[in-house]
Ligand binder design. Structure first.
Ligand code: XMP
Length: 305
């Protein structure tokens, strides 16, 4: 990328040419990629763009309210509560790739309805360069890339940040004046907390993962990780008060990376790890154990599923 402000001018111009007088939609996830793509497209075509945020029940803590506030300036913003249908669809689903497929399918259904409703001809996406590489290599099916364009009959796909790496997208976000909470934000996977819950995704497990992610993000901010989160990886025995409990095991992961394709587990000091442990087990009586994941990628992946 040459220079962020030059990039913005060119991208806005290009989007305007591509979309013309038509209508467009974009799925907002709260992440920096879709936020930048949406802001560029909104600058280009204004309310011809409808940004759609789907609350899947698998989002970060406070996300829906955050989106409402950050994108308040977009009059066309739509917020859809699809929590119930996601948990229904995920009932009994254990295989990681099947989970992704179910989530992708639900997403398409919800999004398609919104796209038809506003007569959208164009789909704007926040796809970045590494997404395309991983999708081509089929390491994991990334639902923010695959599925949607084929399933809904759009005249065209607009991907204004398709050639950028994450650090370049952040530079553009800063130049666009997006708040720090967005521009400096860790990546969050398209399937959300579903890939931070091993096995079946239930409301309870999603809630444990959501709270753990929140605690970890707060406590590890100074380490400036590429990603840091908590995941529910199983059950184990613990003691709470006078009782033995069979509670959740939460794994903490914090990694450094440039593009997510490889990653190194971070060295975190003991006191910080203990503080995280005590907050997570203290806030939820059904969490029996907290462990720290020391595995790099490869051989592990960043997420658990
Ligand atoms: P893994 O776990 O494969 O993750 O090492 C690499 C990066 O991609 C994110 N990730 C996903 N993003 N849909 C997404 O949009 C997905 O299905 C998905 N799986 C993983 C992950 O958070 C990390 O940044």
């Amino acid at each position: 990328m040459v220079d962020a402000s030059e990039f913005i001018d060119e991208a806005v111009e290009e989007i305007r040419e591509q979309i013309g007088d038509a209508n467009a939609v974009i799925a907002l996830s709260g992440g920096v990629d879709s936020s930048v793509a949406a802001t560029l497209a909104y600058e280009a075509v204004g309310d011809q763009l409808t940004p759609v945020y789907v609350d899947t029940g698998l989002m970060r803590k406070g996300e829906t309210q955050g989106i409402r506030e950050t994108f308040d300036f977009m009059d066309s913003l739509r917020i859809v509560d699809a929590t119930d249908r996601y948990f229904d669809a995920l009932e009994g689903v254990i295989d990681p790739e099947e989970k992704r497929a179910v989530i992708g399918e639900e997403f398409i259904r919800v999004f398609e309805r919104e796209a038809r409703d506003v007569d959208a001809d164009y789909l704007v996406q926040g796809t970045i360069y590494p997404d395309r590489i991983e999708s081509e290599g089929n390491i994991k099916s990334h639902h923010n890339v695959g599925g949607l364009p084929e399933a809904v009959d759009f005249d065209g796909i607009v991907e204004p940040v398709r050639d950028l790496y994450k650090d370049e997208v952040r530079e553009v976000a800063r130049e666009l004046g997006l708040e720090e909470v967005i521009s400096e934000r860790m990546p969050f996977p398209g399937p959300g907390l579903a890939v931070r819950v091993v096995g079946e995704v239930t409301r309870e497990k999603a809630e444990v993962a959501r709270e753990a992610c929140h605690v970890v993000e707060e406590e590890l901010e100074e380490y400036e990780p590429w990603q840091a989160f908590g995941a529910v990886i199983g059950k184990a025995t613990g003691v709470k008060g006078d009782n033995r409990v069979h509670g959740w095991v939460v794994a903490i992961r914090s990694v450094e990376s440039r593009d997510g394709m490889t990653a190194r587990a971070q060295e975190i000091d003991w006191e910080t790890l203990q503080r995280i442990q005590s907050r997570i087990t203290g806030e939820n009586e059904n969490v029996a154990r907290v462990v720290y994941d020391v595995t790099h990628k490869p051989p592990a992946t960043i997420e658990y599923e």
